[in-house]
Design a protein around this ligand. Structure first.
Ligand SMILES: CC(C)(COP(=O)(O)OP(=O)(O)OC[C@H]1O[C@@H](n2cnc3c(N)ncnc32)[C@H](O)[C@@H]1OP(=O)(O)O)[C@@H](O)C(=O)NCCC(=O)NCCS
Length: 170
């Protein structure tokens, strides 16, 4: 298995993770997002099949989106004088594992790989958190992988904002 970055000439084959929005995004929208510089997509290939994919884009964790108690914890992790109304983040825009590959630790392995690459890769731009708008059905999966709910508010009935603090990696 290997992870490749989606390019405009990549030949996309069938993909079914059981969620039509996520399937359609990969097959119909991902290249437009790439061209318009909205999000980059990465594909986990296995013997010519698409086993999983995810997208990345820039983000921020800001005061207005977070519950008071969670914001206090975030704020307390920064020293006096380094406390701001928002902190830089990278967002997982989409994350999906193909049905045949689900529940085999592929999603968790892919998140570990992503955290590791983001941690070690020399990047021009700093960020502190990885964020994701988790489907309610996937909250348990992200919790298992070290993500914490940022907002407990039921603002969106389908998703919940979650984050992973890169400082957890030491
Ligand atoms: C959620 C998802 C990414 C997890 O990837 P995965 O490779 O199946 O997960 P792993 O094998 O690494 O981890 C297993 C955990 O994932 C969760 N999980 C497995 N299949 C799932 C599914 N179809 N939907 C939601 N969660 C699922 C379970 O909670 C499981 O935990 P458990 O072992 O304690 O029961 C994958 O199942 C998927 O793509 N589902 C459909 C699309 C989706 O919900 N994407 C997330 C959008 S935010």
């Amino acid at each position: 298995m290997n992870v490749v970055r989606l390019t405009s000439d990549y030949v996309l084959t069938a993909f079914d993770c059981g969620d039509s929005d996520l399937n359609e995004f990969l097959l119909e929208d991902a290249k437009h997002f790439l061209e318009k510089r909205i999000a980059n997509t990465f594909i986990l290939e296995d013997n010519g099949c698409i086993a999983a994919y995810f997208c990345l884009l820039n983000d921020k964790v800001s005061r207005v989106e977070v519950t008071n108690s969670r914001w206090k914890k975030i704020k307390d992790s920064f020293p006096e004088g380094k406390r701001f109304r928002s902190y830089p983040a990278i967002k997982i825009g989409r994350f999906a594992v193909s049905k045949e590959y689900q529940d085999r630790n592929i999603g968790s392995m892919l998140l570990d790989l992503l955290k590791d690459q983001l941690n070690t890769q020399v990047s021009q731009s700093a960020f502190r958190f990885i964020t994701v708008d988790a489907y309610l059905s996937a909250i348990h999966f992200y919790q298992k992988n070290g993500f914490v709910e940022l907002s407990l508010k039921e603002e969106d009935e389908h998703t919940r904002l979650m984050f992973f603090d890169m400082m957890e990696l030491g």
